[in-house]
Design a protein around this ligand. Sequence first.
Ligand code: FES
Length: 112
Amino acid sequence: MHAKKRYVLVCTNEREEGHPKGSCARCGSVEVRERIKELIADKGLKSKARVLKTSCLDICSGGPIVCVMPDNVWYEGVRVEDAEEIVDSHLDRGVPVEKLLIPDAPTGFSML
Ligand code: FES
């Protein structure tokens, strides 16, 4: 049986220095992804969530961008220090982290 699981998509797209669109990798998304992955393992949440790296999610200016599916919850400006709150609140308890939500982001497919 397929267990209910959340997928954490972390944009790790990298553009050259000075590119007008910027890029999540240059804002620290690689480290954010590593920290979320580490916390999921440390807290025994592998059956609840899995982290995936993605290319550009088309919201570059707010990077690092993180999207949690199937909740369709979008976070911007995520820092390594935010990883634990995302893991504890959203991935473990199902409560999105309000302060990191992208205003007016598309929503839907919620299982919350
Ligand atoms: S580079 Fe991350 S959303 Fe575009």
